[in-house]
Design a protein around this ligand. Structure first.
Ligand SMILES: Nc1nc2c(c(=O)[nH]1)N[C@H]1C(S)=C(S)[C@@H](COP(=O)(O)O)O[C@H]1N2
Ligand SMILES: [Mo]
Length: 205
């Protein structure tokens, strides 16, 4: 009876050692994605399927977009605008609204598409707080101070879709900052480039 127990302990220790090595390897790869000086060594890249926080690749991190401070600001609000009507929602206020869960991919032109579970507030519900018309064209703005993709337009075919969300969660967790914390747009059949991260406002054009 002593023998089997000892061998079980040995195999458990071997397993844990193996785990330690693979965790270190993952940290090494992630570091290459995060710190600019190492980026030349990053052979795997953030766009390989399954890499990136929360199981989803990242096309541009919060640091690269220079939004970290703005995105982490506890005073952050999402502002909805329709002419002279506007309404603002803190993260707590958005979380207190009815939440919807959808499974939708991010499809990037750079050659990857990964499906994920998103949870958040229907865009149409937020638009109704400023009486936006159902045929309204929208301007979606990010906190991102400069660079591409920070302002996009969105037609009513997306805005009125029940699956179009101001997403607060990804795969069961609050959005990682690199995926757009505190809130991002996610809509069906929309190119990845238009799935705006780090939302700041949604305005009727
Ligand atoms: N504000 C902002 N939103 C953005 C981007 C960006 O650079 N800035 N990149 C877009 C592109 S090209 C893609 S493919 C997706 C990637 O989302 P992910 O990094 O969460 O996977 O975000 C989109 N939203
Ligand atoms: Mo993309």
């Amino acid at each position: 009876m002593v023998e089997p127990r000892r061998s079980r302990r040995t195999s458990r220790r071997t397993f844990l050692t193996g785990l330690g090595v693979s965790v270190a390897a993952v940290v090494g790869l992630t570091a290459g994605q995060t710190f600019a000086p190492l980026s030349g060594l990053n052979l795997f890249g953030p766009r390989v399927r399954g890499f990136g926080p929360q199981g989803l690749p990242v096309n541009r991190t919060a640091e690269q977009a220079k939004v970290t401070e703005l995105a982490m600001d506890p005073a952050w609000k999402l502002t909805m605008v329709n002419g002279d009507r506007s309404s603002s929602f803190s993260l707590a206020e958005l979380r207190a609204l009815p939440q919807t869960e959808v499974v939708l991919p991010i499809a990037c032109v750079e050659g990857w598409s990964t499906s994920a579970t998103w949870r958040g507030v229907r865009l149409r519900e937020l638009l109704s707080t400023v009486d936006a018309a159902s045929d309204a064209e929208l301007v979606v703005r990010s906190l991102q101070p400069k660079g591409g993709y920070r302002v996009t337009s969105m037609g009513p075919e997306f805005a009125t879709d029940d699956m179009t969300l101001v997403a607060l969660e990804l795969n069961g967790e609050p959005l990682h900052i690199d995926h757009g914390f505190p809130a991002r747009m996610i809509a069906p059949a929309r190119p990845g480039v238009l799935q705006t991260k780090w939302l700041s406002s949604v305005e009727v054009a």
